[in-house]
Design a protein around this ligand. Structure first.
Ligand SMILES: Cc1cc2nc3c(=O)[nH]c(=O)nc-3n(C[C@H](O)[C@H](O)[C@H](O)COP(=O)(O)OP(=O)(O)OC[C@H]3O[C@@H](n4cnc5c(N)ncnc54)[C@H](O)[C@@H]3O)c2cc1C
Length: 438
């Protein structure tokens, strides 16, 4: 079976690594960029390892990466963010983030009575008993519950930070999605970890798996420009080659890009319900410093302005040169209803808020900055997981392709959905082939 995978991001590489493990397959991963990784692309500058995205993994012991380690024999190291060094800033005061029992007892974001309430809520989520799962959205649950304002704010803030979204969007996430997500995360012994050496330590291994099978290859700088079907085969035209023939096609890219590729085909209609899906975007502000200017904590989340700074190098020492420090600032955006002029103003304002946070907790950073990278509208998830959006299934009725990516149905959020849908789509395709063979 000859397979084309379109997209060499985390989802496409995962699908290719599983599929190329089977002796009955051959194939090509088409990637339009000069490098693999997609939004998990990593590059080096002045000794710093910079990610287009970020490489925090939530609940790694219960994560799809854990399955992939066992099934594909991946080997990578990860390090847990020190929970005692994770703080929330509220009204200019710092307090431990209530991530576990010890921090809940120490935090000032909740009063004594609210701490008891919040611990009861966590127990209910772990026991799958929390009523949140019965509400259409977090917002609806918060409107109905008799919890205090601080407990409500904490729920909203948790969802902002784990889903990388604004408070307005957090209220639009389905109660069931949140209950499932935190059931998993609260049971994890390792809530937030970094993959040492960033995503490239995984993508390079996935690439190695694919290329170890000589019937498979990865074609870089080769965007697929059109697809048609002839006599039961898929005919692909890329930027540099014409009429490449395949038996199966997996589309491993954001649904918005799939819809564009198939715009002029008869399959276009099937994407109608997914065309208006909105992505979630953030502002990213990375700074590489020649010396460690200060290290009072490893992650600081500004609850008032909804932005955070990770001292990535405090956990992953591989990303900065010896003695240096890599800080990553991220701001959740909510600028959907603004005019172009207002959006510009809004983003400039976010940059100023971020720089103010750097000034407060990392004084002197400007003088020792070696590398600066800003991305004002980075797409974190191609489909924001809110009730008005719909995740793309791995297959659609009357459309002959398979799909995977972080905008597809799958386990977890962010990169985990890319990994899990890539893994599932490969298993689905292989099981179909086996059943045909018998
Ligand atoms: C700022 C930021 C922070 C993030 N932080 C985290 C985090 O801390 N933890 C986490 O788990 N996740 C995080 N993420 C999310 C994670 O990076 C993404 O979910 C994941 O990389 C998506 O992978 P994907 O394979 O689904 O899509 P993509 O990475 O978008 O891959 C799709 C690929 O398809 C290629 N392509 C598109 N069209 C064509 C075509 N016609 N022909 C050939 N190739 C094509 C693209 O070039 C791309 O390489 C973050 C993302 C960002 C941007």
């Amino acid at each position: 079976m000859k397979i084309a995978i379109i997209g060499g991001g985390l989802a496409g590489l995962t699908a290719a690594a599983y599929l190329s493990n089977s002796p009955d397959t051959e194939g090509t991963v088409f990637e339009r960029s000069p490098q693999i990784g997609g939004r998990a692309f990593t590059y080096e500058k002045s000794g710093f390892t910079l990610n287009f995205g970020a490489h925090a993994v939530y609940g790694i012991d219960r994560h799809t990466l854990h399955n992939m380690e066992n099934e594909l024999g991946l080997q990578f190291q990860s390090k847990q963010v020190d929970k005692r060094k994770v703080v929330y800033a509220k009204h200019e005061a710092l307090t431990p983030a209530p991530l576990d029992f010890v921090n809940i007892m120490k935090t000032d974001v909740l009063s004594k009575r609210e701490k008891v309430r919040f611990i009861t809520e966590i127990a209910a989520v772990i026991g799958h008993l929390h009523q949140l799962k019965n509400h259409r959205t977090l917002g609806e649950y918060l409107d109905h519950t008799n919890a205090s304002q601080d407990v409500k704010e904490l729920w909203e803030h948790l969802v902002c930070s784990n889903f990388f979204i604004s408070p307005e969007d957090a209220r639009q996430v389905s109660g069931e999605v949140i209950a499932d997500y935190y059931h998993n995360l609260f049971l994890s012994g390792r809530p937030v970890s970094y993959i040492l050496g960033s995503w490239s330590s995984i993508t390079n291994q996935l690439r190695g798996k694919v290329e170890a099978n000589e019937k498979w290859n990865i074609a870089l700088k080769e965007p697929v420009e059109s697809i048609r079907m002839e006599n039961g085969k898929y005919i692909l035209n890329t930027k540099s080659r014409e009429a490449l023939e395949f038996d199966r096609v997996v589309m491993a890219m954001p649904v918005q890009q799939i819809a564009k590729l198939l715009e002029t085909t008869s399959w276009n209609q099937a994407f109608e319900p997914y065309k208006n899906n909105t992505p979630n975007e953030v502002l990213v502000y990375d700074i590489g410093l020649s010396t460690v200017v200060s290290r009072p904590f490893h992650y600081i989340s500004d609850m008032d302005n909804k932005l955070f700074i990770s001292d990535v190098s405090a956990t992953d020492h591989t990303v900065a040169p010896s003695g240096g420090q890599l800080l990553q600032g991220i701001a959740y955006l909510n600028d959907d209803s603004l005019s172009e002029e207002e959006k510009k103003q809004y983003l400039d304002n976010k940059v100023q808020q971020m720089e103010k946070l750097f000034d407060t907790y990392y004084p002197g950073w400007r003088e020792v900055t070696e590398v600066k990278r800003m991305s004002k509208k980075a797409m974190v998830s191609s489909v924001k997981n809110i009730v008005t959006n719909r995740m793309l299934p791995l297959q659609l009725p009357d459309v002959p392709f398979f799909f995977c990516g972080d905008g597809c149905e799958g386990k977890g959020e962010l990169a985990e959905r890319a990994f899990s849908s890539g893994r599932s789509v490969a298993k689905l395709l292989l099981s179909r082939t086996e059943s045909l063979a018998h």
